[in-house]
Structures are given as structure tokens and as C-alpha cells.
Design a protein around this ligand. Structure first.
Ligand SMILES: [Zn+2]
Ligand SMILES: [Zn+2]
Length: 322
């Protein structure tokens, strides 16, 4: 089968072995895959991962393994990317995304979905209706990451909330917050990106418009910039005893100044993957439209063009068709 493999370099292999189904798994035929920043970071050495890339997908179940209901066959699905052992203390508490024995689709010890066929445990997959098209469905995973914040932090009706960063991560969070009727301001550097946020209900503000009185005025600030500078701006906006949610893995090369965190007794919450169910519901009810984030759709043969496009400045989401 065709597979996009990273092994020191990214290449399209045409004779990769089709995966063999294990009990409790489904075999998925890929329809569309989104390129994530994590995929790009892997090609720069992140996690030391070698194998098939990709974790944001929509596909159709082709066959099922032992113990799996045959009703799944031919269902159009999306899927959670963390594959847990189901047998440790975290799994027993329903915290599969923190299972220490987990593998992660296309990121850690499990081939990803940038290929014609891949497998996932049946408990990871969710059927989606025809009401959600392929392009929209590939956003389920990044949108779920935005929803995760709402599971972790209690945002009260009168809380003052900001999202900092207007890349695809910040935009996904903003679309989820708007759909959930949260009152917040989305702060970024690019008027044209903030426009996507604004059109779906967010209040927006350019970084250059921040005033002195905005400093230390927010109860909750979500950092989605991925940069040291963005972290420092975000931290400076949080009220004493407020909460700073870190959504991007800042691989700080220079030192991070954490004095604000200590002086203002700020609570830091790290936030990663979220649950799919609430997002599928929001997409089904047309409460979120992620399509304005799409900057290109390529066929897998043109993967080089797709990854090149993805690394261009200002480009949001690039999708790859199978
Ligand atoms: Zn991702
Ligand atoms: Zn486990």
C-alpha cells in the first residue's frame, strides 16, 4: 500500500505492508488526513519517531478484528489517537489518554494514518454522519484539543478569558469556545486570521492594541502561540491567582522568565488531547465551521507540495486526499 513514511526524510513508499488486524481493532481505509504541526515537528526530530506520519483523519472501516461487532464495516469514522492498554490504574480511572503504556497514532510507537490502511482499537473510533463532510471531519482531533480546556478549567459566566495566538491551534480553540458560548477575547498578530474567529462569534484584538490596563486583568488565559514571547505576553495578562492554560509545547531554546508566575501565584494547566464526542455533536449541529482554516487540499502523490505549503508562513490547515 501507499504510505508516507518518515525515516530521516519524508518519502512516499508504494509497497508498505498493509497492517494486520489484532483482536478489538478495526482496519480503516483512509479518505483524508490533515497535516498537524506535530507532523512537521517530527520531521525536525520531535519524539525521535520513525514510521508513517499522521493522526488527523477521516476514513471508512474496511474490516474488523476478533471481538468487534461487524456493524462497524463501511462506517465512516474519525478516531482518538491514544491507544491505551485498558489495564493500568489510569485506564481503570477512564484516563486512557494518560495511560503510561499507550502508543499514539503517527507519533509514538504506532504507524499513523498517512497511508491507505491503518488500524485503531474499536473503542477509539466514532461514527460520523453524512452531515459532516470529509474536510470538516478531519478537524475533529484538533478541535477536541480545544474542548479539553473546558474539561480542565472551570470557566464561570463572569470570568474574563483570553486566547493568545491566532495560528490553527488558537483558531480551533476559539471556534470551540464560541460554539460553547464562552465570553472571551482572541488576541493575535494577524488581522486576516482573527477575522475567521470574529466571523464565528469571537471578540478579537490585535496584540499591538493591548493596553497597560489589560495586564493582570484576565481570570483565564490560554496560550496557543508556541513561542517564548507568546508565553511571556500570556503570563503578563493573567490576574494574580488566575489560571494560565498552556496549549502549545514550547520547546524553549532560550530561558523562560517564570517570575510573573511566582509573584502573581498563577496556576499553570497543561492541556493536550480532548474527547471527540462533544466535538462531533457541535459539528453535526453546524455550531463550528472549520473550513475557513483550509489553505490547500493535495493528493498524496503531491505530498512534497503539501508539506511545503504547510511550512509556509501564514498557512493554516493543509489536507491530503487518499
Ligand atoms: Zn495534531
Ligand atoms: Zn493503561
Amino acid at each position: 500500500m501507499k504510505a508516507l513514511v518518515y525515516d530521516k526524510e519524508l518519502k512516499l513508499v508504494t509497497d508498505y505492508q498493509k497492517p494486520i488486524l489484532k483482536p478489538n481493532e478495526v482496519l480503516i481505509k483512509t479518505k483524508m488526513v490533515g497535516i498537524c504541526n506535530t507532523d512537521y515537528e517530527i520531521t525536525q526530530g520531535y519524539m525521535g519517531y520513525c514510521g508513517i506520519l499522521g493522526h488527523e483523519f477521516v476514513g471508512v472501516v474496511e474490516s474488523v478484528g476478533e471481538n468487534v461487532d461487524k456493524k462497524w464495516i463501511n462506517k465512516r469514522v474519525v478516531g482518538e489517537i491514544n491507544c491505551a492498554c485498558q489495564d493500568c490504574s489510569y485506564c481503570h480511572q477512564n484516563l486512557q489518554r494518560h495511560c503510561p503504556n499507550r502508543s499514539t497514532l503517527g507519533i509514538w510507537q504506532k504507524d499513523g494514518c498517512f497511508c491507505e490502511y491503518f488500524t485503531l482499537p474499536v473503542e477509539n473510533v466514532f461514527e460520523i454522519s453524512n452531515n459532516i463532510d470529509d474536510e470538516t471531519a478531519t478537524f475533529t482531533e484538533p478541535l477536541a484539543a480545544g474542548y479539553e480546556i473546558l474539561e480542565q478549567v472551570h470557566i464561570k459566566p463572569n470570568s474574563k478569558v483570553a486566547i493568545v495566538g491566532d495560528g490553527k491551534l488558537g483558531l480551533c480553540i476559539s471556534l470551540v469556545f464560541s460554539a460553547m458560548n464562552i465570553d472571551f477575547v482572541h488576541i493575535g498578530k494577524h488581522e486576516e486570521k482573527l477575522k475567521i474567529s470574529k466571523e464565528q462569534g469571537a471578540k478579537t484584538m490585535l496584540l499591538s492594541e493591548l493596553k497597560d490596563e489589560d495586564k493582570m486583568s484576565f481570570d483565564v488565559v490560554v496560550e496557543a502561540t508556541g513561542s517564548t514571547g507568546g508565553f511571556e505576553v500570556s503570563a503578563s495578562l493573567v490576574k494574580p491567582r488566575g489560571t494560565l492554560v498552556l496549549k502549545s509545547t514550547i520547546a524553549a531554546k532560550e530561558g523562560l522568565n517564570l517570575a510573573t508566575i511566582v509573584v502573581n501565584e498563577i496556576t499553570i494547566v497543561g492541556s493536550r488531547c480532548g474527547q471527540f464526542k462533544p466535538i462531533i455533536k457541535l459539528l453535526e449541529n453546524k455550531k463550528i465551521n472549520p473550513k475557513p482554516l483550509i489553505d490547500g487540499i493535495y493528493s498524496v502523490e503531491d505530498f512534497k507540495l503539501a508539506f511545503e505549503k504547510n511550512s509556509q508562513k501564514g498557512v493554516l490547515k493543509v489536507l491530503v486526499k487518499f
